[in-house]
Write a protein that binds this ligand. Structure first.
Ligand code: UD1
Length: 357
């Protein structure tokens, strides 16, 4: 069997690394080809992850870089088509919901190459989010859908997707977390940043709805207020860094850093008193680790994390940051049962399913 894996962004690498490893093990005689679209290209957003996750170097680098949605998607399609012509795979595997995912699905399906989608069935029901469009297209056109939580079944059924295409395997991002647990438990990244375990709020923000407009200065101002009560550690995504520089945002008292490697970042989550984010994956990692998470968004495509009790949706409202200390004081200490199949073995299930095709 010939499989082409198309990945392009930081979360893609985390979700796909264990799937590539499991399939290489299960199908040692298969051809496993890795295509890096280059949507993320800074060393801290890309290479570091290949190294830490033990992903083999990509066979093809498309180097599409940044651009508008149309430019990024079109450039990826244009550069991926000849690769798929040459490789003529039996299957193209794509993770998640980024522009690289969308472009790979459209390119492959028009060449009549079957696609498998990792992390299928998530829905925020908010079509102003670029990722929601990407998810819907990826699920509609992928032949094999690998679901990461039970709610995906109803979401896909509502779109008329046949259950024969669905495989509920669990969350591959948690596979990576479990595989790295021995390393991040001893990494003590908090000490390296001069904060104490259990005592700080870890912040990540990068979504356009929050960082590309007028909410960003207000958010940074609210974070600076929070920093008077507890240390605020904020590794800054390049998109956010650019926007902060553009508005000459002041950030007194915040511990800003460059984007971190994954082991250091997981160590910071595991030792945090709380996490404030607009990321999707971090809502999941905090659920698995039992860390209180506050999500600065109007909605989430991962309601399973809210039901688990770890995640609180604050709304797209920077003023809500002020509620965090009181919410933490009231919160009972607990590490909930992780959702079904968030157990470190989702990738093995994917490999078994594909090997049986
Ligand atoms: C993308 C995904 C988002 C995902 C996020 C994870 C889409 C539509 N969005 O958002 O769903 O949660 O990745 O990080 O696919 N930049 C750099 N260096 C890099 C990459 C980006 O400086 O290595 C800067 C550029 O200014 C670029 C901007 O960040 O224009 C945005 O990058 P882009 O890939 O378009 O989207 P993300 O915000 O990273």
């Amino acid at each position: 069997m010939r499989i082409v894996y198309v990945i392009g962004t930081r979360p893609n690498f985390v979700k796909t690394a264990p799937v590539i490893a499991a399939l290489r093990k299960r199908l040692p005689d298969g051809r496993h080809t890795i295509v890096h679209t280059g949507q993320h290209y800074d060393r801290a957003m890309s290479e570091v992850f290949f190294e830490e996750l033990g992903v083999p170097a990509p066979d093809y680098m498309l180097e599409v870089g940044s651009g508008s949605h149309a430019v990024q998607t079109a450039r990826t399609m244009e550069r991926l088509e000849p690769v798929l012509e040459e490789e003529r795979p039996d299957l193209v595997m794509v993770p998640g919901d980024v522009n690289s995912t969308l472009a790979a699905v459209l390119t492959a399906i028009k060449m009549q190459i079957p696609v498998a989608h990792i992390e299928s069935g998530l829905r925020s029901f908010d079509r102003t989010m670029p990722e929601e469009i990407n998810r819907i297209v990826a699920d509609e056109f992928s032949e094999r859908l690998f679901l990461h939580s039970e709610e995906a079944i109803a979401n896909l059924r509502a779109e008329g997707i046949a259950k024969e295409r669905m495989h509920f395997v669990g969350n591959t991002m948690i596979d990576t977390l479990v595989a790295l647990e021995e390393r991040f438990r001893v990494a003590d990244s908090a000490a390296k940043l001069g904060v104490e375990a259990g005592d700080y709020v870890l912040v990540t923000l990068h979504r356009p709805a929050l960082v590309d407009g007028e909410l960003l200065p207000e958010t940074v101002h609210r974070l600076a207020q929070l920093a008077r009560e507890m240390p605020v550690v904020f590794p800054v995504h390049p998109r956010t860094r650019k926007m902060m520089e553009a508005v000459e945002s002041e950030h007194p008292g915040l511990l800003l850093s460059e984007p971190l490697g994954y082991v250091d970042f997981l160590s910071l989550i595991a030792d945090a008193g709380a996490v404030l984010t607009d990321s999707g994956g971090i809502q999941e990692e905090t659920t698995y680790l039992g860390i209180p998470c506050f999500t600065l968004r109007a909605n989430t495509e991962r309601p399973v994390t809210i039901r688990a009790g770890t995640n609180t949706l604050l709304g797209l409202d920077p003023a809500a940051i002020a509620r965090i200390p009181a919410a933490l004081a009231k919160r009972p200490a607990q590490r909930p049962e992780p959702p079904p199949f968030w157990d470190g073995r989702a990738s093995e299930r994917i490999a078994e399913t594909i090997a049986a095709l």
